[in-house]
Design a protein around this ligand. Structure first.
Ligand code: UDP
Ligand code: BGC
Length: 381
């Protein structure tokens, strides 16, 4: 209200133009309120716009309404079955695949991308034409401030997955300002939230800068005991893995496998080691890692260039100095976050979340917390 009085009383240096700007602003605010009241109760566009670092609200068409998320998941599963059961299961003809392709570095606006892929359904779900995919996959992308990468990712990856006849939905899980980036938590949150939306049988965690090169690298999960890492070589590591236990970039878990490892650790703020940590979780859960054929180029991955985040040393303290094994109490079962927005865009579901770093780190030993605090003080980050 105070803001409104201020706007009305202030003489506008731009005359009529000022009034138009104010009216436009009010329309935006009302639209925001409309959405916050009608869509998902936990969301608040107001807060988002205050720290609007993101382009997603500006450079994209409005939400696509999906009405069924309030129904229990078993009812949705039943409805889904009723609408697709008459279709035969997709039979992938490898001749229709293109093999290894060079990544295209063009970055189009999201609106332009939406019109390139008109066949998408609400929330970024793509289904194969004329057949039923055996698996329903959620692709979870941890995200903050990588606009160009997201556009390049979508334009490269969607056509490949369409050719694979996969039923997939893309989730972009964006961390709001106010805490250091936490890739593991974003992935855990993506898992937890996507499970509320649909009944996925495979979750593929894919960094936004990691683009698989070959469409014969099938986006699917491994069998019971094998977690599938979809990467055998990375361009910047001379198409090798930097070390044999590396499981970063793109990795697929069934919900049961992810539950067995209790997801990612929530303790890794800043760059690195959450993927190293999940390797040990997989090992402790007595599961294996499977990869595409290492004698071929099928598992090769391109990465997008970006300013590198500093390699924080204390990540190894978190990784190795926990004397008692803590993964059973640090992961999806201890996940705390606030969803600010869930928005069903045409090419992806956007989940905008805030995390309370201080509260999360309370779960770490005091010694490591002191190291992190000293690092922050020194680097003023
Ligand atoms: N990420 C992000 N914003 C950041 C840092 C990381 O979106 O500021 C996400 C993004 O998906 C990225 C992934 O986390 O691809 C891995 O981080 P990063 O690219 O920094 O790791 P690197 O490629 O340097 O190993
Ligand atoms: C980091 C990992 C990272 C790997 C490859 C390691 O030192 O801890 O998170 O994936 O390097 O860059």
């Amino acid at each position: 209200m105070a803001l409104f009085k201020f706007i009305v009383k202030s003489p506008s240096p731009f005359g009529g133009a000022g009034l138009i700007i104010v009216t436009f602003g009010i329309v935006l605010i009302v639209k925001g309120l409309y959405y916050s009241n009608n869509h998902v109760t936990r969301r608040s566009y107001g807060n988002v716009q205050k720290n609007l670092s993101n382009f997603i609200l500006k450079d994209i068409s409005d939400d696509v309404q999906i009405n069924h998320t309030s129904l229990p998941i078993n009812v949705r599963r039943h409805e889904e079955h009723a609408t697709t059961s008459f279709l035969s299961v997709c039979d992938l003809d490898f001749k229709t695949l293109k093999g290894r392709e060079k990544m295209a570095l063009t970055s189009q606006s999201l609106i332009a991308l939406e019109s390139m892929f008109p066949e998408s359904h609400a929330g970024g779900r793509f289904q194969p034409n004329g057949c039923r995919s055996k698996h329903r996959i959620a692709i979870i992308i941890p995200f903050r401030d990588r606009e160009i990468h997201l556009k390049i990712y979508l334009s490269n990856v969607i056509p490949k997955l369409r050719r694979q006849k996969v039923d997939f939905t893309i989730y972009v899980v964006e961390q709001a300002p106010g805490s250091h980036f936490n890739r593991g938590m974003m992935r855990n949150i993506g898992f937890a939230e996507a499970r509320k939306i649909a009944d996925y049988d495979c979750f593929i965690f894919n960094d936004v800068d990691s683009i698989f090169e070959d469409d014969r690298n099938l986006f699917q999960c491994g069998t019971d005991n094998s977690v599938r890492h979809l990467v055998t070589g990375v361009d910047v590591f001379d198409y090798k893995l930097k070390y044999s236990i590396l499981v970063g970039g793109i990795i697929a878990f069934t919900p049961e496998q992810f539950r067995r490892v209790n997801g990612y650790s929530n303790f890794f703020f800043d760059w690195g080691a959450e993927d190293d940590d999940i390797y040990y979780r997989i090992q402790r859960a007595k599961m294996q890692i499977e990869r595409p054929d290492t004698n071929s180029t099928i598992g090769f991955m391109s990465t997008l260039k970006h300013k590198r985040d500093p390699e924080v040393k204390y990540r190894f303290d978190i990784l190795y100095s926990r004397n008692n094994e803590t993964s059973h109490k640090d992961g999806i079962n201890s996940l705390k976050y606030t969803v600010k927005v869930i928005s069903h865009k045409k090419l992806f579901t956007w989940i905008y979340v805030a995390v309370n770093e201080e509260e999360v780190l309370q779960g770490l030993d005091a010694g490591i917390r002191r190291k992190i605090a000293a690092y922050r003080l020194k680097t003023k980050t």
